[in-house]
Design a protein around this ligand. Structure first.
Ligand SMILES: Nc1nc2c(ncn2[C@@H]2O[C@H](COP(=O)(O)OP(=O)(O)O)[C@@H](O)[C@H]2O)c(=O)[nH]1
Ligand SMILES: [Mg+2]
Length: 620
């Protein structure tokens, strides 16, 4: 099933609502006040099954200049426009304003309905057609079908349906495979259901019972039920008008402009870097250049928020008809993603003056000398891979995949030659190489300063060169090094061997001999260090080496034994399996004093060679 959203547009009283009713049988003026006053105030909705595999959802918008903000909330989600111009009135102010809004929002196609054809003579109709051609020349509506219709007589409706179908089959559908996103345009309470919100699903799919996140509040909510174009459904997809019954929230807590997404993916932002286009003075009626820090009303999706425009290309102002790179600072956070279109309106009088496309939501802090314009131009024109490459390249310690998803709005982050994958992180290949070179240099310097040590403690190394990096990234960079190896917590050069100088070799031999000759009645460590023949620091390092290599074994804080001596003790115990003995007996067997016997026995217990049972022990 193809689902296409078509919005009406055009001046008030030109017959938009009547035409939607004539096409669908549905009166989109749903409010009591609308019916009483006979004008559209807020968005209305209708749908039309044009063919078995093609459904159009209509969003009927108000034409009155006072309700353009409501029109904007609906127009943001449309795929195509049903552009309404009354044959007896031709082009009027909101014809122009709605047309400009459609352009700014990036609407790509449409059908032009010349309504109230029953009220216009043939020659007038021809004149209007000429005016419309001139008006739409060079725009997305150039060459669009123009159909003269009358909702009063039904004339032209069949042709209009055919043109709508042709257009709906040609237009690109919304992406159901993308990240789920539903800008909310209504929230109300329904008897027996509770809170219901509606909106045009602009991307992805939604399942019943799924968890969703409400933006900008961040609340996690459960989808209790779904309706698509008025009928209950288990799921809804991009391009469908969707009503969602939400558990766990009051309707008053939700308002137009909020957005539902999948949980934990995105964040609302207050800083939006964008390409801003100002309308020409002819189409905006505004002859003034826009100054830096101009306050505006910012409209995107179904949201509207006060904002301030700050130029990023160092210009003092922007002339009507011009374009600039700008950061728009929003008074309240809004869920926006790159590629989203927006419209800005002036404060007073409130008229549409421009709009554009969101390029970056990262809120990067540009420094003096940064070329923000060049960076944004790259982000705007690049494909996803190029954009990801740029974003990863900007992070010295790499960037989490989840952040790339949040910054791009894309669930599948592509891999590229320029990037290394480090678990759930990405880091630029160049940067990883640079870090590896730095790590190698650091470890080499360490070896030079500490020739008797095996290597650098891993945590020290990270602290020195990649203090803010995720462990995953550090480990990845380390593992990818051709020169470094890490044994447990120590990192060393692959080529590093501890080489002793002659006096150190002698000290090593004499220390080992001291322990060997003393047997179980081992000498005090401090005494051996002192008698080694080299100064204490080196001597202690040599002792560490002997321990690390297993030539010596630390039995307790004070007691270090020569390994073969300890092996001998193990062997003699092996011949006494099952025997019970006391401390006195152990002293007799081994010939050591109590001072040695106690730590030795505790060591044997720990090693599971003996088991303590009251005052006695059993050889296991
Ligand atoms: N004669 C005639 N009147 C129409 C036609 N379409 C709409 N109208 C009338 O024009 C007025 C405005 O129509 P409406 O659909 O509310 O205009 P909207 O403001 O663009 O939605 C209403 O009184 C309609 O009855 C038409 O094709 N022929
Ligand atoms: Mg209307």
């Amino acid at each position: 099933m193809r689902n296409i959203i078509v919005g009406t547009a055009g001046h008030i009283d030109h017959g938009k609502t009547s035409l939607v009713k004539a096409l669908t049988g549905i009166d989109a003026d749903r409010l009591e006040e609308e019916k009483r006053r006979g004008i559209t105030i807020d968005l209305g909705f209708a749908h039309l099954q044009l063919a078995q595999d093609l459904r159009i959802g209509f969003i009927d918008v108000p034409g009155h200049e006072r309700f353009v903000r409501n029109m904007l909330a609906g127009a943001a989600g449309i795929d195509a426009v049903l552009f309404v111009i009354a044959a007896d009135e031709s082009i009027k102010p909101q014809t122009r304003e709605h047309f400009e809004i459609c352009r700014l929002l990036g609407v790509k196609t449409g059908v032009i309905a010349l309504t109230k054809a029953d009220l216009a003579e043939a020659d007038i109709l021809d004149l209007v057609k000429l005016e419309v051609d001139e008006f739409t020349a060079g725009s997305f509506l150039e060459g669009a079908a123009k159909v003269a219709v009358s909702s009063a007589t039904g004339a032209g409706l069949d042709e209009l349906r055919r043109e709508l179908e042709r257009m709906a089959r040609a237009v690109q559908e919304k992406n159901t495979a993308g990240a789920f996103r539903l800008p909310i345009d209504r929230s109300f309470s329904m008897k027996g259901f509770g809170t219901v919100v509606t909106g045009t699903m602009i991307s992805g799919t939604l399942q019943k019972e799924q968890e969703v996140e409400l933006h900008p509040t961040g609340q996690r909510l459960r989808v209790r039920g779904i309706q698509v174009h008025g009928g209950a459904a288990d799921r809804a997809g991009a391009g469908q008008r969707t009503a969602v019954n939400l558990a766990g929230i009051e309707p008053g807590e939700i308002s137009r402009g909020m957005v539902l997404t999948g949980p934990g993916l995105f964040q609302s932002v207050t800083k939006v870097d964008c390409r801003l286009d100002l309308l020409s003075s002819a189409s905006s009626g505004s002859k003034q250049a826009m100054k830096n820090r101009t306050p505006v009303h910012f409209h995107a999706g179904s949201s509207e928020v006060e904002a301030e425009v700050r130029f990023l290309d160092k210009r003092p102002s922007l002339e009507p008809g011009g374009s600039a790179w700008a950061r728009i600072v929003l008074r309240d956070p809004v869920l926006l993603l790159p590629g989203d279109r927006f419209v800005v309106r002036k404060f007073s009088p409130v008229v549409t003056i421009g709009g554009g496309v969101v390029v970056d939501i990262g809120g990067r802090r540009y420094r003096a000398g940064d070329d923000a314009a060049a960076r944004l131009a790259k982000l705007m024109s690049g494909d996803l891979k190029a954009r990801v490459d740029l974003m990863v390249g900007e992070r010295a310690d790499g960037i989490a995949e989840s952040e790339l998803i949040a910054l791009t709005g894309e669930i599948k982050i592509p891999v590229s030659e320029a990037i290394e994958k480090a678990g759930k992180w990405r880091i630029a290949r160049d940067r990883a190489s640079e870090l590896r070179a730095k790590l190698t240099a650091e470890v080499r310097a360490f070896h030079k300063a500490n020739p008797l040590l095996q290597g650098v403690q891993k945590q020290d190394l990270k602290g020195r060169l990649m203090p803010a990096a995720a462990t995953e990234v550090f480990e990845h960079v380390l593992a990818g090094s051709a020169d470094l190896v890490s044994d447990a917590d120590v990192v060393r050069l692959k080529t590093h061997r501890v080489v002793l100088k002659q006096d150190e070799e002698q000290a090593r031999a004499s220390m080992e001999r001291a322990f060997e000759q003393a047997g179980l009645a081992a000498p005090a460590v401090a005494e051996v260090v002192r008698a080694s023949g080299v100064e204490a620091a080196r001597s202690r390092t040599i002792l560490q080496m002997l321990l690390r290599e297993g030539r010596l074994v630390r039995v307790s804080e004070e007691l270090v034994l020569h390994a073969p001596v300890l092996a001998g003790l193990r062997q003699s115990l092996a011949g006494r399996k099952g025997e019970r003995f006391g401390v006195t007996q152990f002293k007799e067997w081994t010939g050591v004093s109590r001072k040695y016997a106690i730590p030795l026995l505790e060591y044997l217990d720990r090693e599971h060679l003996t088991r303590r049972e009251g005052d006695e022990r059993v050889v296991i």
